[in-house]
Ligand binder design. Structure first.
Ligand SMILES: Nc1ncnc2c1ncn2[C@@H]1O[C@H](COP(=O)(O)OP(=O)(O)OP(=O)(O)O)[C@@H](O)[C@H]1O
Ligand SMILES: [Mg+2]
Length: 216
């Protein structure tokens, strides 16, 4: 069965889309790549379908029903990582994702209001974990931001993920090739953190030559 990782949460601009694509890019940038697909659900976003990437993108913006149908189809496939880029203002979506995802991730930025919203989202989604995103690495600023981490329950908070230069290039069809190399390592780091949290061994998802049909 495919593994499903979903980014969710009702707050906009927390990094759901950027992290979805970075995760998929990391999966496609491994020595033995993991096949992955990002499902776009945000009606306000360009779907990026059709650009050549190290992963596939499927436009599932039509409705939660369309998304559910896509997930039902994809989950049957072996050795596939399915990543859902959940939209902020889409009623019913979080409930659907909570039901089907192996791991549900609520990103939040380094401000107390974001942490508070993430804590509220976790209270409504028992299986979800929070991911502090765009976390400052400068010691002084990081010290101040550390107290906002305590707003969410410690056992449901992943290690902070840092600010990644050029990450916005992933969401732009024209600049993807310019950032492919620089974003491979941050993408792999994010992938390993998330798979570990989901209890998934990357080897169980990675491409295996012997499973491919023999070349004629
Ligand atoms: N780790 C990061 N490092 C640097 N910039 C980031 C990071 N994560 C997100 N950003 C930036 O934050 C902004 C918002 O990110 P993004 O669009 O991914 O959020 P979103 O949750 O998908 O928003 P929406 O709810 O509107 O769909 C973007 O400009 C993106 O480039
Ligand atoms: Mg988005």
């Amino acid at each position: 069965m495919a593994k499903i990782i979903a980014f969710a949460g009702s707050k906009g601009g927390t990094g759901k889309s950027s992290l979805s694509h970075l995760l998929a890019h990391g999966a496609g940038s491994l020595g033995r790549p993991i096949r992955s697909v990002v499902l776009t659900t945000d009606a306000d976003e360009k779907p990026l379908v059709g650009t050549r990437r190290r992963y596939a993108v499927i436009d599932a913006r039509e409705s939660p029903e369309r998304l559910a149908a896509e997930l039902e189809r994809l989950i049957r496939l072996e050795r596939l990582l399915v990543i859902v880029d959940g939209a902020a203002r889409r009623a019913g979506l979080d409930a659907l994702l909570a039901r089907v995802a192996d791991l549900l991730i609520v990103p939040f930025g380094p401000v107390p209001q974001d942490a508070q919203r993430a804590a509220e989202a976790l209270a409504m989604m028992p299986k979800a974990v929070a991911l502090p995103n765009r976390w400052p690495s400068h010691a002084g600023i990081a010290k101040r931001a550390r107290k906002w981490l305590h707003i969410v329950p410690e056992d449901r908070c992943m290690a902070p993920f840092r600010t990644v230069p050029k990450i916005d290039g992933l969401l732009d069809a024209d600049s993807y090739l310019d950032v492919t190399y620089d974003l491979a390592q941050p993408g792999r780091n994010l992938l390993f953190e998330i798979l570990a949290r989901a209890g998934v061994d990357p080897d169980d998802l990675a491409f295996r030559k012997e499973l491919e049909p023999a070349a004629a």
